[in-house]
Design a protein around this ligand. Structure first.
Ligand code: 13P
Length: 255
């Protein structure tokens, strides 16, 4: 049986009232579905809403994550949030190295590596995001870019913590554009990622969840989620609309 992680990245959206409302709808929707062991549902609201959403998720099957963290525990890092601060809200996952962080906040693969290790040290599972730009895809350097992001981002990754790692392949050109990668591109790229993970971390990497992200929606979810080496989705826009997010969960249940 194929298992899935369906994750919503709310990005810099929702005030606290909207976040609670959205979380309520998702919790209710998930509670009326038979997700059993088949689908894990994760939502990643902005930090300002973690407390309120955490309360909404209490005793539910939906779990909480964050969108970013610093690699230090505490200190003079104005505006940053540390993994142990996220742990206060029972965050099980943290998204690391999203392309928007790489693009707008100059995050390098070296920095994502520090964050991955810091998250693990606090028993938070990292979702390491990787992906090529349109220019990189067009000039044929996609696999080199992904290889660098994985090799550097996973440097010194402890092999006994492989089960805690999630990778999200998010082609930058597919994010928020309404144009997802084609199924062929997804299959080819996820296979490359799987093989690269096995070469970096060994054979156990065959079980690492690799999510697809980039304009995933109810229209393309069934086909993309059915593809080889796709273990779930990291969803932006469609995760802000509970009916769309739940429709994607329904496809995951049905596969
Ligand atoms: P969209 O689903 O809005 O394309 O965003 C994808 C994404 O960046 C998730 O992290």
């Amino acid at each position: 049986m194929k298992k899935f992680l369906i994750a919503g990245n709310w990005k810099m959206n929702t005030n606290v009232y909207e976040a609670v409302e959205l979380a309520k709808h998702i919790v209710h929707g998930v509670s009326t579905r038979n997700i059993a062991d088949k689908v894990q549902v994760l939502i990643c609201p902005p930090n300002t809403n973690l407390d309120a959403v955490h309360r909404e998720l209490k005793d539910s099957k939906t779990i909480l994550g964050a969108q970013n963290c610093h690699y230090e525990d505490k200190g003079a890092f104005t505006g940053e949030v540390s993994p142990n601060m996220l742990k206060q809200f029972d965050c099980e996952y943290v998204i690391i190295g999203h392309s928007e962080r790489r693009q707008y906040f100059n995050e390098t693969s070296e920095l994502t590596n520090k964050k991955v290790i810091a998250a693990l040290n606090h028993e938070i599972k990292p979702i390491l995001c990787i992906g090529e730009s349109l220019e990189q895809r067009q000039n044929g350097s996609t696999f080199n870019v992904l290889a660098e992001q994985l090799e550097v981002g996973l440097k010194n990754y402890p092999k006994d913590k492989i089960a805690n790692l999630v990778i999200a392949y998010e082609p930058v050109w597919a994010i928020g554009t309404g144009v997802s990668a084609t199924t062929e591109q997804v299959v080819e790229t996820h296979l490359f990622i799987r093989e690269k993970l096995c070469s970096i971390l060994g054979d156990n990497a065959k079980d690492i969840f690799i999510l697809y992200g980039g304009s995933l929606n109810p229209n393309n979810a069934q086909e993309i989620l059915s593809s080889n080496n796709v273990d779930g989705g990291l969803i932006g826009g469609a995760s802000l609309k509970h009916d769309q997010f739940l429709a994607i969960i329904d496809y995951a249940i049905s596969i």
